[in-house]
Design a protein around this ligand. Structure first.
Ligand SMILES: Nc1nc2c(ncn2[C@@H]2O[C@H](COP(=O)(O)OP(=O)(O)OP(=O)(O)O)[C@@H](O)[C@H]2O)c(=O)[nH]1
Ligand SMILES: [Mg+2]
Length: 375
């Protein structure tokens, strides 16, 4: 297994990312730019002595599109690490040029895009080109101030470290900050590994949920069509195959074995709970009382009810399957399923009732899915 952490080095163009990487690795590995972009694409560098590798990136420039392109490359990389189990990024070093104080806030704001998919990735802000120790305090405060405003979206940095990779020609000052940067990074790697496992878990659940909800919307639309066929059998009977299909589909998304008895039990418990859901029954009775509903053709009302019921079943199945998937359940006593189904069915019908009350009982069957999926 790959034991080295991956650290993505970000920052404005010319902030000194490649120079910093060379100083940390201890050799001239990354190309440094003079007068133009030094780094064109992302590349990783490592040294035997370090338990992390550094990934150099093309810097953000001050043009809007240049920055967008760089930001997109970053977030694609971070996402593919989560999705495809490619090498993940465990930490960010965000470089801010300590000499260009006007751009600090603007540069740091790009973090908001980068961190969209992964808010909690630990970040160290490196104040590069910190030529003057006397300015450290105000530079650090400037970074802190920016984070105060955007911490909700980006989290706060683990540390803010002024660094001078090498002294400028003719100036009698010493390089500084590199040791501290390495130490603080090493200290935070354990938790960075744990955070990244957690992020992968969350991302995996998010994808599964999105797929399951999409399937629910499709099935609820089909149910609305089935419900609109005027045949003389009770709704529940026509809907059961659709419901069963939907539940099976969702359980597949959550990787459950279809031949397993437990999977079958869970599926039939959801269907049963749906059929006897008192919340749904009460809510449907409420729906029938909405002014104007009495004027609806029976098949239209049936279509609405059918779509809503299947939607509620799907929503409940997502919660149930997710709980089974993460192991957060009592397998011996499955009564908790009733509660979930009841609540989701009740909510779905309540949503539809509310909209129909506002529209004097009018809603087209095909609109109900739109209403239901709206958060
Ligand atoms: N004296 C001194 N110059 C530095 C330091 N860090 C960066 N520079 C100079 O700043 C310029 C840009 O440095 P790079 O390391 O290429 O910057 P970058 O962030 O990698 O730039 P891009 O790859 O274009 O995004 C170079 O001329 C470096 O020599 C430093 O610590 N001391
Ligand atoms: Mg570079």
């Amino acid at each position: 297994m790959d034991q080295k952490a991956n650290i993505l080095v970000l920052g404005t163009s010319g902030a000194g990312k490649s120079t910093l990487i060379n100083a940390v690795i201890g050799r001239e590995v990354a190309k440094v730019g003079y007068g133009k972009h030094g780094t064109e694409k992302m590349q990783a560098y490592e040294s035997e002595d370090l338990s992390f590798r550094l990934i150099d990136s093309r810097g953000f420039d001050y043009s809007f599109w240049g920055t967008q392109k760089t930001v997109k490359d970053m977030s694609d990389w971070m996402k593919s690490g989560l999705r495809d189990k490619k090498p993940r990024i465990h930490m960010l070093w965000f470089c801010v040029d300590a000499t260009s104080k006007r751009f600090t806030a603007k540069t740091l704001k790009t973090l908001e895009y980068v961190k969209k998919e992964w808010k909690d990735i630990p970040t160290i802000v490196v104040l590069t080109k910190s030529f003057f120790p006397a300015e450290d305090k105000e530079n650090i405060e400037m970074v802190q101030e920016t984070f105060r405003k955007m911490a909700k979206r980006t989290g706060r940095p683990v540390a803010i470290i002024p660094v001078l990779a090498y002294p400028p020609k003719g100036m009698e000052i010493l390089p500084r900050g590199i040791e501290e940067l390495i130490c603080v990074t090493e200290e935070n790697l354990d938790s960075a590994f744990k955070d990244s496992d957690e992020a992968v878990r969350r991302y995996d659940l998010k994808c599964k949920k999105a797929n399951a909800q999409a399937l629910t919307a499709v099935s609820a639309s089909s149910a609305a069509v089935v419900g609109a066929i005027p045949i003389g059998v009770p709704d529940a009977v026509i809907l059961t195959p659709l419901e069963t299909g939907l539940i099976t589909g969702i359980s597949k998304i959550y990787g459950m074995n279809q031949k397993d008895d437990f999977t079958k039990t869970i599926a039939s418990r959801i269907v049963e709970a749906g059929a006897v859901s008192m919340a749904a029954k009460a809510a449907i009775n409420q729906l029938k009382l909405v002014p104007g509903v009495a004027n609806l053709a029976a098949d239209v009302l049936n279509a609405i009810v059918a779509g809503t019921i299947v939607f509620g079943i799907g929503e409940a199945s997502v919660i149930v399957m997710e709980k089974v998937y993460v192991g957060d359940i009592d397998k011996e006593n499955l009564d908790w399923i009733n509660g979930i189904v009841n609540s989701k069915m009740g909510k779905a019908v309540a949503k539809i009732t509310e909209i129909m009350s506002k529209n004097n009982g009018k809603i087209k069957p095909k609109e109900i899915i739109e209403v239901l999926v709206k958060k």
